[in-house]
Design a protein around this ligand. Structure first.
Ligand SMILES: Cc1ncc(COP(=O)(O)O)c(C=O)c1O
Length: 382
């Protein structure tokens, strides 16, 4: 017999309270009960996004929201600077290119954060303001690297380019201040730090983004932000909403409010530190340096002679702990531990304890207890 631990960076484990809420009988999505709930939810989302603007809700995967961000603000031929540090940065660039934007990719090595100085230099060189938008991934889930979003926002400075942010694996787990940092579009999904099953996408747009929206000619129908905004003013959605998921989301937002958004961000940071201390005690190499370490996902190299996929297999089959693998060029080179959303100290300790045994079963030279001890010290220091 095993207990299941879903230690992947999304979709993440969903709290019992949230699951229970998704089982409630449906209500009419054009009726008062729904409208009141939807208005409470959008108010709660504003708090999490730290914005006074509307937060639009779509039934969607995160990728749908990346597309929504692009098609609602840009026109074919627009010059776009896509800052990429991994798989999801590349995807954002590809979406913009597919819709006809003139995309310039500013790529950084996988495992490293984007350098705000490079962005500042690039926009300073754009004297005639050809760049209409800068695409940025806040937390690059494929490498476990968090970008310094506040510094990137500062690097844009007074340049009129919109700053469009993929916050799919960061919002709720990493500090993000939509209005204070003058982020123009921020998108995320339900299935990561927001502790809700996959299927809901969210998008906040600044006044500048709405102005760009009025001029944007990229094709859109389902993703049309104006239709979503108009319906939201009545507590509704233009098309059938994912009602059951919204029941769950309301409960998850309550949980987040009970903990406090700041405390959630602190919790994620501390869990990441404890986990990283454990990996280091085992002599494992981490893909991201401490300064750019993601609060929600950690990418680790296996010890010499041990295959990453074998580690994942033993962890899953022997201990019921599901880890994520590497993506694209990192496939089977790393494994990733998600610690995002409904994750607590004991999850970290259990994962490290099982990993020590797994590595020793696979023939690595491991001192049992060393990772748990190191993580325990971080936790005890509080
Ligand atoms: C940073 C980031 N952006 C975008 C996505 C895409 O989300 P989805 O798989 O829901 O389409 C993910 C998914 O892991 C992600 O981590």
């Amino acid at each position: 017999m095993n207990k299941a631990y879903l230690m992947v960076p999304g979709p993440t484990a969903v709290p019992e309270r949230v699951l229970q809420a998704t089982h409630r009988p449906l209500v009419n999505h054009r009726g008062a009960l729904y409208e009141e709930m939807f208005s409470r939810i959008t108010a709660g989302l504003k708090t999490v996004f730290r914005t006074r603007q509307d937060v639009l809700v779509f039934p969607a995967a995160g990728t749908g929201m990346l597309e929504a961000a692009v098609v609602n603000t840009l026109s074919p031929g627009d010059k776009v600077l896509a800052v990429s540090i991994g798989v999801f940065g590349d995807r954002f660039a590809e979406i913009a290119a597919r819709f006809g934007a003139d995309v310039e990719v500013m790529a950084f090595p996988w495992g490293r954060a984007a350098e705000p100085e490079r962005v500042a230099e690039r926009v300073a060189a754009d004297k005639d303001h050809r760049i209409k938008a800068i695409l940025v991934t806040h937390n690059e889930t494929s490498t476990g690297v968090v970008n310094d979003l506040a510094a990137l926002a500062k690097a844009r400075g007074d340049h009129p380019a919109l700053l469009i942010v993929d916050a799919v694996s960061s919002l709720g787990a990493a500090d993000l201040a939509t209005d204070d940092w003058r982020l123009d579009v921020v998108v995320t999904g339900s299935q990561k730090a927001l502790m809700t099953p996959p299927g809901l996408g969210f998008m906040a747009m600044s006044e500048r983004a709405w102005t760009a929206n009025a001029q944007s000619t990229m094709p859109k129908f389902y993703w049309d932000a104006q239709a979503a905004k108009k319906a939201a003013a009545k507590g509704q959605n233009p098309y059938t909403p994912a009602v059951s998921l919204l029941f769950g989301l309301e409960e998850a937002l309550k949980m987040l409010a009970e903990e406090g958004l700041d405390n959630s961000i602190i919790r994620h940071k501390r869990l990441a530190e404890a986990l990283r201390a454990g990996f280091k005690a085992l002599g494992l190499k981490l893909l991201a340096e401490d300064a750019a370490a993601s609060p929600g996902v950690t990418a680790v190299f296996p010890p010499d002679g041990v295959e990453a996929k074998k580690i994942q297999k033993v962890m899953r089959e022997r201990f019921g702990i599901t880890l994520a693998g590497g993506q694209k060029q990192l496939e089977n080179k790393i494994f990733r531990v998600g610690h995002l959303g409904y994750v607590v100290e004991t999850d970290i300790l259990v994962t490290l304890a099982a990993l020590e045994i797994t590595l020793s079963l696979l023939g690595a030279n491991v001192e049992l207890g060393s990772a748990v001890k190191a993580a325990g010290q971080v936790i005890a220091e509080g």
